[in-house]
Structure formats: C-alpha cells, structure tokens
Design a protein around this ligand. Structure first.
Ligand code: ADP
Length: 421
C-alpha cells in the first residue's frame, strides 16, 4: 500500500493536531520531528506528518525546510500532500504561508490549491473569506496581540493575497452548502485563472464536503480540520481500510512538569486556574536578559518545590507586559530568550529522569522537542480536540502533551495530568 498522505506542518503542535485528526479518521499516522536520515519501515503507515518549525523562520529558510520535507515525502511516493498551518492562519509580516505554498505548488508542478484553515470544533470558522474565532473576527479575538504572529486582518483573501504574487479567489459558503459536486465545480472554475481558493466552512459537515471535493488535488493546505474528509476518499478508491488505531502508549512512572510559553488568552486562563492550586514560577524575559534569572535559578526553584509538584513554569503573560518586554528587547529576542530557557530547562529536567511534560505553545513545543532530540512521536488518545497525548519513539520513551496555545478549556492542565498518570 502506498503512503496516502504526506504532510508538512509549520509547527510542532500543529503537527500533533493534524496527526490526531488523521488517527481519529482511521489512518495509521507517524509524526516525524525531523527528516529521517535512515530508512524507516513504513509498511504499516497511511499518513506521515513532518513537523517543522517554519512558521516564524525567515521566509527563505521556511521555503527551504518545506521543500526538503516535500522531497523526502515525494520519495515515499505519497498519493497526496498537505501543508498544515494554524487554524488562525498565523503569519509573520513576510508570510510564511503564501511563499511556502507557492514553492510547494511549483515543486509539484501544480497550479491550484485551496486554503482551508477552519476548525469548527474549536470555534474557527470562515465565512465570505473572513476568519472567526468563537464568533469573533480574527483581528479582534486576541490574535492581534500574538507575540510573534499578530493578525490584524480577518479577511483571508486579502491576507493571502499580500503574501503571494498569484491570484487568490474564494469558494463561498453558498457553494459549499450545495454539496461536493458544486464545490468541485467552483474549484475547477477558479483554477482557470486563480492559484488559490480560500474556502468557507462553518461546520464539520462543511469540512467533509470540502475534503470529498478535494479528492483529486495533489496539494491541500489548511488547518487540521480539512483532513477529516480525506480518509473517505482513499477508502472509496480502495486504497485503504480504516483502522481503530490511536496508539497504546506506555505508562510512565514519575512526575510531570508543565512548561508554558504561549501567551494566548486560552493559555493565560489555564495558567491562572492551575497556579491557584499548585506552585508555579514565572519566567521574565528581562531577567533572563540581565542574567538575574537563568536555568540554574529555575532549577534551584524546581528542587525547592519538587515535593509539592506537579509544578508549572511559565512565561505566559498579558499583551501589555509582552509589549513592554518586546519594546526593550525586540520581539524575536524576547521570544528566543524564553524558548532557549525552556529548551535548556527540559534538558536538565530530562537528565534528572523526568519523562513527562505538558507544553503550551507551538514555538515553545518546537524548542522543547528539539532539545529532547525527539525523532518521531506516536499519537495516542485525544486530551482535547487537536491535542493528543504523544509518546516519543526510541529507547527512552517520554510522554508529551504538546498544546497549541489557543486550544483547550480552563482546566486543560489538570485534564492532561490525569491522562498522564
Ligand atoms: P502559541 O501556540 O500561543 O502561538 P508559541 O509558543 O507558538 O505559542 O508562541 C509564543 C511565543 O511568545 C514564543 O516564542 C515565546 O517564547 C514567546 N513568549 C512567551 N512569553 C513571552 C513574554 N513574556 N514576552 C515575550 N515573548 C514571550
């Protein structure tokens, strides 16, 4: 059997998010955190997800990493390819969504694809090309304050148009509501003189319609929601049989540490709820910069409170505070200081024998996973939609819950902890 779907995700939590939806739709999925340098046994695998950290890279680096991932996936002879970005279309001022899709289309000798970020189960919907988060416009939902990828425009046709030289169109909801054939026809019409179609979607049923209408597109792009209809296409073509296959993860003894670098409204609330009951330590980028706070001082705190764990270490803060840090340090430097601290910290904690981590934030998870030198992840049960429990592949398995900042309810950390015990 061929690999049916080869996916490139622009951050780590995005990759686990997509992988968990693929697993839920019956596809045996392996998540890779780097391009493998040795041959892998992929005989039991339907979908591959390569996690990059390309969302906030300089554009040229993001393109180069994405193309390298694509070439490896092409070697595995995938039937379709999927570029996964955030359901809130997180972009830097330079891109990277448009430039990366341009490069992928060119490398695949294709001229058309869709952009479908919607994930209604988590409140992300698109109507007339405008992205809403729980009913609020993207640029009014808190995403305008994101430390690295602030989103100031909810009109995705305009946003994507500003990132590419190619023409961007829209498949409106009135078409999606007419079903698969109407959607496919509209895409074919647009493909005559347009390279991209932003695609409306308000419900899970819409996503199924869109997924089915995309059965012949070589390259798909979107959030994780678009993936849910694809398994039906492969089954209809006789290419695979659904499996009940969320991996059985090995129970790990010992303590769990929570690391939070996300500053989203959802994570802020999760941090506030958790710290009312358990000890927590705040990371301050200015103190990191001046050397008053360091991995050594954080480890000292950790040892002091270890017996009262689970412990939370967080840089999560309010938009005003982030602005203050960024004004003094620059946005990239402030983010790097925090990510570097989280990476160093997880290395120290791992050396102490700690094998279970809950991490909030996509970039933060990327830094942690790289520091732990994880090569692949098994995808386990879902903690909350888009956030599965995962286990590292290798001799020294670790349990990880990698959460996109915006996902999960106020009690997420406790929910994840319960599933890790
Ligand atoms: P999300 O999933 O919410 O987007 P990310 O981890 O991807 O979260 O991004 C948050 C970014 O903000 C990271 O680069 C992180 O290092 C940075 N960051 C975290 N706390 C602060 C802070 N107090 N000031 C400035 N930047 C911060």
């Amino acid at each position: 059997m061929p690999i049916l779907l080869g996916c490139i995700a622009d951050d780590f939590t995005g990759a686990t998010d997509l992988a968990s939806f693929l697993v839920a739709s019956g596809m045996r999925t392996l998540q890779l955190t780097a391009i493998p340098t040795t041959e892998l046994d992929l005989s039991e695998i339907d979908a591959l997800v390569i996690a990059l950290k390309s969302r906030t890279q300089p554009v040229d680096d993001a393109i180069a990493d994405s193309l390298q991932a694509l070439h490896w996936l092409q070697k595995q002879q995938c039937v379709q390819f999927y570029f996964k970005y955030c359901s809130t279309f997180d972009s830097t001022a330079e891109g990277n969504i448009g430039p990366v899709i341009d490069a992928l289309l060119e490398a695949l000798h294709e001229s058309f694809t869709i952009a479908c970020p919607a994930l209604p189960i988590n409140g992300r919907t698109v109507y007339n090309g405008y992205l809403f988060v729980n009913g609020e416009l993207l640029n009014e939902c808190g995403m305008q304050h994101h430390p690295l990828t602030p989103m100031h425009d909810a009109n995705l046709v305009r946003v994507l148009d500003s990132q590419t030289q190619r023409k961007v169109g829209l498949v409106p909801h009135t078409v999606i509501a007419q079903g698969v054939e109407a959607t496919r026809e509209k895409m074919q019409q647009l493909a005559i003189d347009t390279s991209y179609a932003i695609i409306d979607s308000l419900t899970q049923d819409d996503l199924m319609t869109i997924g089915h209408a995309c059965s012949e597109l070589k390259l798909l792009t979107g959030g994780s929601g678009l993936a849910i209809g694809l398994a039906d296409n492969y089954a209809a073509k006789g290419l695979f049989t659904r499996q009940q296959n969320s991996a059985q993860l090995t129970k790990q003894p010992g303590e769990v540490v929570i690391l939070s670098g996300s500053c989203s409204a959802a994570t802020r609330e999760q941090v506030e709820v958790f710290q009312q009951r358990q000890p927590s330590l705040k990371i301050d980028p200015l103190l990191l910069h001046s050397g008053q706070q360091s991995v050594a001082s954080v480890m000292q705190w950790f040892e002091q409170y270890r017996s009262q764990g689970p412990l939370l270490i967080y840089a999560t803060d309010h938009p005003d505070a982030i602005k203050r840090y960024q004004d003094k340090l620059g946005a990239n430097r402030a983010g790097q200081l925090v990510e570097q601290l989280m990476a160093d910290l997880v290395r120290h904690l791992s050396n102490l024998g700690i094998k279970k981590f809950i991490v909030a934030g996509g970039e933060t998870s990327g830094a942690v996973v790289q520091a732990l030198q994880v090569s692949a992840l098994k995808i386990g049960a879902t903690i909350t939609p888009g956030v599965p429990l995962t286990q590292t592949v290798g001799d020294n398995p670790q349990l990880l819950a990698l959460k996109s900042g915006k996902f999960g309810g106020p009690n997420f950390f406790n929910k994840a902890l319960e599933m890790m015990l």
